[in-house]
Design a protein. Sequence first.
Length: 426
Amino acid sequence: MKKMDYQNVKGTQDYLPNAEIVRRNIRRTLEDVFIQYGCKPLETPILNYKELLASKYGGGAEILEEMYTLTDRGERDLALRYDLTIPFAKVVAMNPTIRMPFKRYEIGKVFRDGPIKTGRFREFTQCDVDIVGVESQIAEAELMIMALDAFRKLDLKVTIQYNNRKLLTGMLEVFETADEKINKVVLTLDKLEKIGLEAVISELMEQGLPASNVQLIKQFLVDKNNTNYSYFEPFSMQNEQVKQGLNELKELESYLGINKQQCVFNPFLARGLEIYTGTIYEIFLSDQTIQSSIGSGGRYDNAIGGLIGTNESFSTVGISFGLDVIYTALSKSVANSTESSNVDYYIIPLNTQKESLLVASYLRNQGYKVEHELSNKKLGKALDKANKENIPNVVIIGEDEVRNNQIKIKNMYSGEERIECFEFEG
């Protein structure tokens, strides 16, 4: 019989208890913040019709190349979701009676057959919040402020870069970029920080842009004033897209208030998905221990109407946090390198299994997390386990303790022991 090859599919991984405890704490922290901001929970299927995910209101050409596809027994073309955004748009499209504005959160697995790098896998968990029914930039501001709150609670210092797709698209129109080439150019400009100026210029030339067009774009890229709104004022007189984008950025900034210190305007930020129509943002670690973003989002007003097949615009804005990349960031943090326990009390019975169950039940009823040793470990080995797993308290119950209606509690951090009364017999 051929021996089975025990390994994970490339781009997937198992999370053993120590790692999963941290991941669940991240998830719980994010979920608590989402609820604090008035978001309602939602769950959508992992499996979707390929046509839905491949629509022009989906992730764009680059994402579609990474989509996992399959055919069911009925020969229907299906796909695994690559994000939570289009499934959310589908829910709103299918449920016209939803009260607006509608603010939802969803935490779930998504799949992309893309490159693997630090904190980036092919099966990963996204934690999303989306708001539909708010035209004002106050929606974007709330999501950005919410993100800062969440990372503050996770003890991670972050910076949010933001831009507006209208501003960037409008500038390319001013430079007389052909309409059919604008989306590709936008995606190339988004790579500026990753691949550098010369590589961006080279890529633009390869796309067949006229030399005069490339030269104007290059001047825009290298101008030291391009991070000031005043730089765009003259262009806003020439182009409506630039004007709208600039006004939206100013409105957004007015709502950010004191949080502006952690938010940086990046005129070349584009986000990789063609779905976005206005404000966009990406969240980065301030210490840059991970180069890629750990959260991102933006406004996508055309997606829901497009799925319904109407020209009606549904004002929609969202933000997405990558649980796996946040976990990787926390793993790199010195403050979080110590193994944490998910247990408050570890009960060690010494030939007193039945009596120890009573103590375990009592402590659990008090709201404590309790592990009861089930394998008759000797005291030394049990204490060694408690030390290795960083369990704060052990409860030692021997025959003498039962006879005297007592339990011995040892604090594993200080080494102090105390005796408490416990009635083993009613």
